[in-house]
Design a binder for this molecule. Structure first.
Ligand code: MG
Length: 257
C-alpha cells in the first residue's frame, strides 16, 4: 500500500473525506475562454491561471510513432488522421486559436512550469503493439521532464492502463471505460476510477465503495449546474468539466455556507 493510499484511508476513517470538496479538472484544458482552443498549450496555461486543480488532454501516436495532443482521431474539417498520418502532415494543422497542434513534447515542456496537475489521457490505439510504443514513450517523456509527481494517467484502454502502471507505478492511473467495479480497479493497482456521469448514476454506490477501498473517484464531463450539484453531493473527489469557472463558483458558494 502506498503512503497516499494509507493517508486517504485514514481520511475516510476520520470522516474528513466525506466533507472534502471535489477538485476541478479542466477538460481538454480551459478552452472556453478568449484566445484558447481545446487541447492547446494556451488551454493548459488558462487552466493554470484560474488555479484549476488539473488540466486534462488527449494523446495519440502518429503513423511515424510521434506523440501528439488532440482529441479526435480525425481532425475536424480535414482528412488528417492522428494514427494514419505522419507527424509532419499532422503539424500542418492549426487550432482555432492559430496555435500549431502540439506535440506531447511541447506540451510537457510547458507543463513543467504550471501548478495545475497534468491529466494525460492516452487514446486507445489500433493495436496492442502501438499502445506499447506509446506507453514507453510517455513514460520516458514524463521522466525526462520530471513530471511524475504532477501527472495522472488516464485511458479507456485497460491494456494501456495496466502497462503504464507496470512501467511507472509511481504515477496514479485512472481507468475510464466504466466497466470495472471498485474492487477490480483496486486489484489492477490503479488509483481510482474516472467514469462518465451515466455510469455513476447507474452505480452511485461505487463512490463510497471506492472510498472504502482507498480509491479516488473522478467523473466526466460535468457541465451543467444541476449535474455539478449532484456530483458534489455524491462526494466524488474530482469533477472534469468544460466549465471550470462555473464549478469553482459553485464550490466557493458552498464553502461560504
Ligand atoms: Mg480526454
Amino acid at each position: 500500500m502506498t503512503l497516499k493510499t494509507l493517508l486517504s484511508a485514514a481520511a475516510v476513517l476520520m470522516g474528513t473525506a466525506a466533507f472534502a470538496q471535489p477538485k476541478v479538472i479542466a477538460h481538454r484544458g480551459y478552452w472556453k475562454t478568449e484566445g484558447s482552443a481545446q487541447n492547446s498549450i494556451t488551454a493548459l496555461h488558462k487552466a493554470d491561471e484560474i488555479a484549476a486543480f488539473g488540466s486534462e488532454f488527449d494523446v495519440w501516436l502518429t503513423a511515424d510513432k510521434e506523440l501528439v495532443v488532440n482529441h479526435d482521431r480525425v481532425f475536424a474539417g480535414t482528412d488528417i488522421n492522428m494514427e494514419q498520418d505522419k507527424f509532419d502532415r499532422i503539424r500542418t494543422i492549426h487550432l482555432s486559436n492559430k496555435e500549431v497542434i502540439p506535440s506531447l513534447d511541447e506540451y510537457l515542456k510547458a507543463g513543467q512550469y504550471v501548478d495545475t496537475r497534468l491529466v494525460l489521457e492516452m487514446k486507445p490505439l489500433r493495436d496492442v503493439s502501438r499502445e506499447k510504443i506509446a506507453v514507453k514513450k510517455i513514460v520516458k517523456a514524463l521522466r525526462q521532464y520530471h513530471l511524475t509527481d504532477n501527472t495522472d494517467f488516464i485511458s479507456f484502454s485497460l491494456h494501456a492502463c495496466r502497462l503504464f502502471h507496470e512501467k511507472m507505478p509511481e504515477v496514479d492511473v485512472y481507468y475510464l471505460n466504466g466497466d470495472l467495479t471498485p474492487q477490480e480497479i483496486l486489484d489492477h493497482g490503479f488509483a481510482g476510477m474516472d467514469y462518465s456521469m451515466g455510469t455513476y448514476r447507474k452505480h452511485p454506490e461505487w463512490v463510497k465503495e471506492c472510498h472504502d477501498l482507498g480509491l479516488k473517484v473522478n467523473v466526466w464531463t460535468v457541465n451543467s449546474e444541476e449535474d455539478m450539484r449532484y456530483f458534489i453531493d455524491l462526494g466524488v473527489d474530482m469533477i472534469t468539466t468544460n466549465e471550470p469557472e462555473l464549478l469553482q463558483r459553485l464550490l466557493a458558494e458552498r464553502e461560504e455556507k
